[in-house]
Design a protein around this ligand. Structure first.
Ligand code: AMP
Ligand code: ZN
Length: 438
């Protein structure tokens, strides 16, 4: 699986987070099913231009008044920190464009030899008219293509032609020597080269945000298939953009929440739950209200799991755990329908709560295993505060038992009543006390 990673010129926001968590959940699910997943996700550290044809990293370096390598270092480390905070399992390989310049130069040379690319003013362009299937992913029409003014440049043969190699002035810090002079690679060619180098063609799965369908992925297909003469990708997956009150989350609109700020505020479990509550191809609008729902959903699952793990007495009641597991799996296998999979689990939790304290030992064991699998696949983390919380309740229960042994029933009852107010139910049976979350 190959997923287009970030251009490391700023902190990632929760829209980017949606994309990275989506593929993390897919990877976790595939691993749960026994697949060995080789996951490659690149770091774009050169070549990604702004609308005004400025390298994003160079622009940020000018703004922060530091060398571009310092920008790359700072935001690459921040990205890795954010992935860890998001509990995203790191990809097996995270190739950096700047570490693949010789591979890219070689590929551009081959594209020229094969007649797909041409030089103009020290730059190399891909000639989209030479790749007959151009447009097959985005379904862009010839008329639309002709009206495009991508990187306006009179030297280009077609409006949609894109740069494989860009020329750079002699004092430009992010540039390398090439047969066409000093310069740097175009953004699209980076992904074609790094994906094929580590995965071979065709890639089983290629992903990214929906904004990448055109031109980025269309161009990746053209370059890769022209270069290798093989099918590039078996399955494309594109994540719909996260919005805030209907408008796309982006830095320029000021509706930007960084991943680190969101995790500090809402916690990783509420954020990941928020993501899985939305199917990756459907709209996903961020709001505090939905985060609250997400938190409640997470608590429901976590409380059920905690209660099951602490079960000491068993009854004869049963729940068809296999039925709920297969409902979860078939939703996940229906184009990664995480909200439907989640609903199957919430229905399961409802059943568990109805039969709390009466389930058979075998059923409790099966239920724990299902909820633990879901926990792992959705990538939740054990809420540390709740571990201390459980120990605290154990302590209160012990103190209450000691008070009862000393016949101080008034105080003991007070502890029980106050805990009940907090939703913690104490039950005395056969000389011992157990507690559960009510
Ligand atoms: P970038 O650093 O802009 O190249 O983005 C990194 C990844 O996040 C790409 O796969 C983008 O398509 C994706 N992405 C960017 N903005 C959003 C958004 N608002 N919602 C979901 N994914 C996004
Ligand atoms: Zn890419």
């Amino acid at each position: 699986m190959y997923v287009c990673g970030p251009t490391v010129y700023y902190y990632i926001h929760i829209g980017n987070g949606r994309t990275f968590v989506t593929f993390d959940v897919l990877r976790r699910y595939l691993e749960y099913k026994g697949y060995k997943v080789k996951y490659v996700s690149n770091i774009t550290d050169v070549g990604h231009l702004t609308e005004a044809a400025q390298d994003k990293i160079m622009s940020q370096a000018l703004k922060e008044k530091v060398h571009p390598m310092e920008i790359i270092e700072r935001y690459l480390q921040a990205y890795l920190d954010d992935l860890r905070r998001l509990n995203v399992k790191l990809p097996n390989i995270m190739p950096r464009a700047t570490g693949h310049i010789p591979d890219i130069i070689e590929a551009v040379q081959k594209l020229i030899e094969k007649g797909y690319a041409y030089a103009a003013n020290g730059e190399i362009f891909f000639d989209i008219s030479k790749f007959k299937e151009y447009g097959k992913l985005s379904k862009i029409s010839k008329a639309e293509l002709a009206s495009l003014r991508l990187e306006p440049n009179p030297a280009k043969r077609n409006a949609g032609d894109f740069a494989l190699w860009k020329a750079a002035p002699s004092d430009y810090p992010l540039a390398w020597p090439s047969p066409w002079g000093r310069g740097f690679p175009g953004w699209h060619i980076e992904c074609s080269i790094m994906s094929s180098k580590y995965l071979g063609l065709p890639l089983d799965i290629h992903g990214g945000g929906e904004d990448l369908i055109f031109p980025h992925h269309e161009n990746e297909i053209a370059q890769s298939e022209a270069l290798y003469g093989k099918k590039f990708v078996n399955y494309w997956m594109h994540v719909k953009h996260l919005t805030v009150r209907g408008s796309k989350m982006s830095k320029s609109k000021g509706n930007y929440i960084t991943v680190s700020a969101a995790i500090e505020r809402y916690g990783v479990n509420a954020l990941r739950m928020f993501y899985v509550m939305h199917h990756y191809r459907e709209a996903c609008d961020f709001s505090e209200a939905v985060i609250e729902q997400a938190r409640a959903n997470f608590d429901r699952i976590w409380n059920a799991l905690e209660n099951l793990r602490r079960t000491e007495r068993f009854g004869k009641e049963k729940i068809d755990v296999v039925k709920f597991r297969s409902a979860f799996e078939s939703a996940m296998e229906d184009d990664l329908n995480t909200p439907a999979a989640l609903n199957a689990i919430l229905a399961f939790v409802k059943e568990l709560n109805k039969k709390a304290g009466k389930l058979s030992k075998q059923c409790v064991k099966g239920a724990i295993s299902l909820l633990e699998d879901v926990f792992e696949i959705f990538g939740f983390v054990q809420p540390t505060a709740k571990v201390h919380f459980a120990k605290l309740i154990d302590l209160l229960v012990e103190v209450r038992s000691a008070l009862r042994a000393q016949k101080q029933f008034g105080l003991a009852d007070q502890i029980r009543a106050k805990l009940a107010e907090l939703g913690i139910v104490l039950e005395d049976k056969n000389g011992e006390t157990v507690w559960r979350l009510g």
